[in-house]
Design a protein around this ligand. Structure first.
Ligand code: F6P
Length: 369
């Protein structure tokens, strides 16, 4: 039987997402209300691996005072990183080349020395895979699903997604009027990694005329056909939403930066490619707008804020109930717990038979197929 919890730590890892601060606040309040002490690790696990970098210390005490008034703020007061996975830490090898090293023992050792009883790890696929590995190595861990991409399995949604979709939709609303004034094709590239959730949801909500997602390899001739049909109908402009991970039927994903030790490949450029090709093939002026990191910034929507607060409180309840190696998940109308092992390394793509895909087709939106 593991000892009763007195002190816990929380970390936020991977690309930031609106709602991280709400999770931190909920964890700290729920823990403090149980008489536990709460600590925040800076920048993923860097606060433990590189304490010398932090004037205030790499691991900071999180009190009720410290988390006052932060639930509505974007970003994370702890900082985050999507580099430097402690299990595959980028390290220069004796021959000068870059390799990887497992530094997880330093984290386990820190928890033991500081008498930290458990970790709440808030992150996407990468961070939750690390959380699962730390749990297997003996640490008490509960995960909280975060990502604007909504590509995590076993949860209806992640926090951050709704904010990204809402912002992208607002951008599309704005782009309709300028596209129409200039009779242009406007191509809007959105993030989402290898899944098309943001593109699909924002594209439908924002009345796009074509939406290209990684799950449906696209044929640009279909998009040109859609643009021409609109022209013939007197609607002389078109909006095309392109997921950064969208793939042409004949061709490859656009990679902005190749993978390197400790960092995944970065996608980007498909919007530009599609805009150029559409201009050439349709004869209409086409421009590209890349929303990029704007989708990750700003305050969380009320939906994301509430989800994040619920996830944080549920993570503490899980620890209180003696659970470990689980992730809090949203299973409407409640939250539940799923094994981290069932989430780690799995990607949730948009199901092609979903009613959302069907809705796009029923509305006459071209999906590139
Ligand atoms: O996972 C979140 C995300 O914003 C993806 O949509 C995107 O592909 C990636 O992170 C970008 O990462 P970076 O912050 O390294 O540019």
């Amino acid at each position: 039987m593991s000892r009763p919890i007195k002190r816990i730590a929380i970390c936020t890892g991977g690309g930031d997402a609106p709602g991280l601060n709400a999770v931190i606040r909920a964890v700290v309040l729920a823990a403090t209300n149980r008489g536990w002490e709460c600590y925040g690790i800076r920048d993923g696990f860097n606060g433990i691996l590189f304490p010398e970098r932090y004037v205030e210390g790499g691991v900071i005490r999180l009190t009720r005072e410290r988390v006052r008034g932060i639930a509505h703020l974007g970003g994370t007061i702890l900082g985050s990183t999507n580099r430097g996975n402690p299990l595959h830490f980028p390290t220069r090898l004796p021959d000068g080349s870059m390799g990887e090293m497992d530094r997880s023992a330093e984290i386990l050792d820190y928890f033991a020395r500081q008498e930290l009883d458990a970790l709440v790890s808030v992150g996407g696929d990468g961070s939750l895979t690390i959380a699962d590995a730390l749990h297997r190595k003996g640490l008490r861990v509960v995960g909280v699903p975060k990502t604007i991409d909504n590509d995590l399995d076993k949860t209806v949604t992640t926090f951050g997604f709704d904010t990204a979709v809402s912002f992208a939709t607002e951008c599309l609303d704005r782009l309709h009027t300028t596209a129409e004034s200039h009779q242009r094709v406007l191509v809007v590239e959105v993030m989402g990694r290898y899944a098309g959730w943001i593109a699909l949801h924002a594209g439908i909500a924002g009345n796009a005329h074509a939406i290209l997602i990684p799950e449906i390899p696209f044929d640009l001739d279909q998009v040109v056909r859609q643009i021409r049909a609109r022209d013939d109908d007197g609607r002389l402009y078109s909006l095309v939403v392109v997921a950064e991970g969208a793939v042409p039927l004949q061709g490859d994903m656009e990679v902005a930066a190749a993978a390197e030790a400790g960092h995944e490949q970065r996608l980007g450029g498909m919007g530009e490619h599609v805009a150029q090709a559409l201009q050439q093939r349709s004869g209409k002026e086409a421009r590209v707008v890349v929303l990029g990191h704007l989708l990750r910034g700003g305050s969380p929507t009320a939906f994301d804020r509430l989800a994040a607060l619920r996830f944080g409180a549920a993570a503490v309840r899980a620890l209180d109930q003696g659970l470990s190696g689980v992730m809090v998940a949203l299973a409407f109308p409640n939250v539940n717990y799923v094994a981290l092992a069932d989430v780690a390394g799995r990607m949730k793509a948009v199901p092609l038979d979903s009613d959302t895909i069907q809705t796009a087709r029923d509305l006459g939106i071209c999906l590139g197929d």
